[in-house]
Ligand binder design. Structure first.
Ligand code: C2E
Ligand code: CA
Ligand code: CA
Length: 803
């Protein structure tokens, strides 16, 4: 029992002292060569067990079991010495002859021991038991003991020789290893002298204690010192702990996750990096004060800590957090975080967006891994509910493009890679250009022509769009000057503004300054704001719109009908024009509903005194329809694509221009535009077949009279049908001139028209006979007079036809 109790004691001490290294606690992971050391510890552990068993079995005279255990004892003991040589030679980190000799002799020793021990199962060369069950050491036992002594002497001499050159704490450690090896020599010699005393076990126990105290603890201490130093530096830089949430700073986070990632990879797994962002924090702060916002961040940090552990979380700043997670698919844990966040019942709590980067290869710096998680998060940027998203390769490509745009913006502006294109907007009644919209193009020397879709959202997201938009204003002002010099009529130019413009600077004031530096009237610059930009922050945007209008800049509501709150917006915000979203034209032929909505919207805008433009007009039938329903202006490829100023000027040179509207006629055309050729009250009468009858209204037309000539400028389908049926006249084109004589068909009409046009506010109700003898009862009203061309416009409606 004496024999075993020494072994048991050694085992217990061994386990206590080396617990952290064998369990791979995070602290032990800082020890250099911990894998080799760990292997040594495990082999010593196995050796202790066989040694303890030996004492117990031998006392009980269980010969066969004792025999087997003795063999195992020899295997494990030689393994531990082999591991020791491996550890020492690696520790000394010297690739010299001595080092190589130690390594090779370690291998030879192990091979020899295995062969001899295995041989002993057949021939008693190492040890034997006699009939009485007494243990006898054989010849080879002394050889192996000698070899063991040689191995330890070798390591001792080698390490002690290295102490001559090594320095500082390293030297102390080398010396400790050398002395430990020497002590082992002593214990092995004692074992030879007293084979029934557990000398070797006691030696190992002592060696482990010495090693732990003078080598490992020393190493840890050095590391801690270094860490403390870093922390001190960190505290000075303010990045060790986040003062608000108590989470560790980035530098620390990078360090601990590097260590943990390595350990995890050795187990054959990989971690994920999570990037958290609270969407709407800014809004929350504005509503509830920053103090409340800080509290909210603390609550959120608490939730993260609870789920992932404080040592795995860090705050990047503002409302951004990163987490190191040892789950390859952390979906469930994230759902838990979302649920927890929701359960706190915080009013107007921001939503959580998480980007996940599965770090499968582990070959990139932690910062890059977090970056990629952030890229995955940005892909769900617009989500208003809590969501997570995994990183994929395409995002990497997008992120690269994004980086390119952001880093090259200044150069692009400076070197005028950003070109300004203009798309004409045509007045429906006179087919002349009454406005132009400025659209940006990025003509990159490396990447070719980039469309706004490729850079506007990026610049908006990076809060850099203001630079581009102010640049656009400058270019527009330049263009107006040039156009003036070329002797062309000037029409208002519209510029697109983004929501983000207003976050970066006082856009209203900046634009005012730019325009007022020139002699260009403010009314020549219209501001387009998309309906979606108004979004969550209605009051703020409304204020900006009002300021623009008070200064004399017309404001247009872009992409109208695309959002969910179109009508609300119109009710509470005053704008000069609404631009119907392209989707109305794209869905033009998908049934009547779309057309009815557009018709009603035009009527609504008329009622509110707001002008209308429809964008995305590509076909003749769309132009006809929009004219009929009284849409004031048209924009789209049917007329022209956006083009640079040079192209516009070229068109004037070659005579292929659409032609600008004379500003002096603008008021006249505005008045004609306001007439809607649909009598929408007719709908109410038809309960059934509602859609089919929607457009069957009174025959109506707008006529312009100049001297002897009357022209139908606009008409509705009912009027065209009526003319065809009654007079056999086809008004296929909407602009057919029909009355240049005083004789024949339409004589009364022309006469009435002339009389009506002569007096301001003129109205006529009259009857006319048709060739087939029926009587037409009509109404007529003068709308406007164009001084410049001496032209009068009137609207005609056919009220009844009787036989
Ligand atoms: P948006 O303001 O709705 O501009 C209209 C877009 O529709 C333009 O695309 C124009 O080229 C295109 N378009 C015009 N007519 C037709 C047509 O008949 N059919 C079709 N399919 N498309 C037509 P673009 O130039 O690519 O601009 C896209 C968006 O980028 C613009 O939409 C605007 O929101 C934004 N944007 C463009 N330039 C600027 C700028 O300088 N600043 C800001 N903040 N945003 C800009
Ligand atoms: Ca626009
Ligand atoms: Ca638009």
């Amino acid at each position: 029992m004496l024999y075993s109790s020494a072994g048991i004691l050694a085992l217990i001490i061994h386990l206590i002292i080396n617990y952290d290294v064998m369990r791979k606690t995070p602290e032990s992971e800082i020890i250099p060569l911990r894998h080799k050391y760990r292997r040594y510890l495990y082999s010593v552990l196995a050796y202790y067990i066989t040694d303890i068993l030996w004492g117990l079995l031998y006392e009980r005279h269980l010969i066969t079991l004792t025999f087997i255990d003795t063999a195992l004892y020899f295997y494990t003991m030689s393994a531990s010495i082999f591991m020791w040589t491996r550890y020492v030679s690696a520790y000394l980190r010297r690739d010299n002859l001595f080092g190589r000799a130690l390594k090779i002799s370690g291998w030879l020793f192990l091979a020899f021991e295995i062969i001899v021990t295995t041989l002993n199962f057949f021939i008693p060369v190492l040890f034997s038991f006699d009939e009485a069950g007494v243990y006898h050491a054989e010849q080879m036992r002394y050889v192996t003991l000698t070899l063991q002594i040689i191995m330890f002497v070798l390591t001792a001499v080698y390490t002690l020789s290295v102490t001559i050159v090594s320095k500082g704490p390293m030297r102390k450690r080398h010396r400790a290893i050398g002395i430990i090896s020497l002590a082992m020599v002593g214990f092995i010699a004692a074992q030879v002298r007293f084979p029934f005393l557990p000398m070797y076990a006691i030696g190992c126990m002592l060696a482990c204690c010495l090693l732990h105290t003078f080598v490992l603890e020393n190493e840890k201490e050095e590391y801690r010192g270094m860490l403390e130093q870093k922390i001190r530096e960190g505290v000075l830089k303010g990045n060790y702990y986040d003062l608000l949430t108590g989470l560790q700073g980035m530098a620390n986070f990078f360090k601990t996750s590097t260590i943990k990632r390595k350990a995890l990879r050795e187990k054959g797994h990989y971690p994920t990096f999570l990037f958290f962002d609270l969407n709407g924090m800014k809004f929350y702060n504005e509503r509830n004060t920053f103090k409340e916002g800080d509290k909210l961040l603390q609550v959120f940090a608490g939730i993260l800590t609870e789920e992932f552990g404080a040592e795995n979380c860090s705050r990047l700043g503002s409302d951004k957090f990163v987490v190191y997670c040892e789950d390859e698919k952390p979906d469930d844990r994230l759902l838990k975080v979302f649920a927890d966040w929701k359960n706190r019942n915080i009013k107007e709590a921001p939503s959580i967006r998480v980007g996940i980067y599965p770090d499968k290869k582990g070959d990139i710096p932690i910062g890059t891994a977090c970056d990629r998680a952030n890229i995955a998060r940005m892909a769900i940027q617009d989500s208003f509910v809590s969501r997570f998203n995994y990183f994929d390769e395409k995002m990497q490509v997008d992120a690269e493009a994004r980086r390119y745009i952001i880093t090259h913006l200044d150069q692009a502006l400076e070197e005028k890679w950003i070109k300004i294109y203009f798309q004409p907007i045509i007045r429906a009644t006179n087919d002349r250009v009454c406005d132009e919209e400025a659209l940006a193009r990025w003509d990159d020397p490396e990447r070719g022509l980039l469309s706004p879709a490729q850079f506007i959202p990026i610049l908006e997201d990076a809060n850099l769009i203001w630079k581009l938009d102010l640049y656009m204003v400058e270019r527009i002002l330049e263009k107006i000057q040039k156009q003036k010099e070329a002797g062309l009529y000037l029409v208002p130019q519209s510029i697109n503004l983004s929501r983000a413009d207003f976050d970066s600077c006082d856009m209203v004031e900046e634009i005012r300054k730019l325009v007022d530096q020139t002699d260009i009237p403010r009314s020549l610059l219209s501001i387009e704001i998309t309906e979606s930009a108004i979004g969550s922050d209605f009051e703020f945007i409304k204020e900006q719109v009002d300021r623009f209008r008070e200064l004399g800049f017309p404001v247009w509501l872009d992409d109208f009908g695309n959002g969910y709150s179109s009508l609300d917006v119109l009710q509470s915000m005053t704008v000069d024009l609404i631009k119907f979203d392209m989707r109305f034209m794209q869905q033009f032929n998908t049934g009547d509903k779309n057309k009815i909505i557009l018709t009603e919207l035009v009527r609504l805008a008329d009622g509110l005194g707001i002008d209308t433009v429809c964008e995305g007009v590509e076909r003749k039938e769309q132009v006809d329809f929009l004219r009929e329903i009284g849409c004031d202006k048209l924009q789209g490829y049917y007329y022209a694509k956006p083009m640079p100023l040079e192209d516009i000027l070229k068109r004037y040179e070659t005579g292929t221009q659409i032609g600008f509207e004379n500003p002096d006629e603008t008021a006249y055309y505005n008045a004609i535009d306001k007439i809607n050729l649909y009598d929408l009250t007719s709908v109410a009468k038809e309960e059934e077949d509602n859609l089919g009858n929607y457009f069957n209204s009174l025959p109506m037309a707008i006529v312009e009279v100049r001297g002897n000539i009357a022209r139908i400028t606009r008409s509705n389908q009912a009027y065209r049908d009526f003319m065809q049926r009654t007079f056999g006249i086809s008004l296929t084109g909407l602009r057919t001139s029909f009355g240049d004589s005083e004789k024949g068909t339409g004589t009364t009409l022309v006469k009435m028209l002339r009389e009506c046009c002569e007096e301001e506010g003129g109205r006529k109700v009259f009857d006319e006979q048709t060739p087939d003898g029926s009587s037409i009862h009509s109404f007529m009203r003068r709308i406007a007079y164009n001084e410049l061309t001496d032209t009068t416009a009137a609207v005609i409606a056919v009220l009844t036809i009787s036989n």
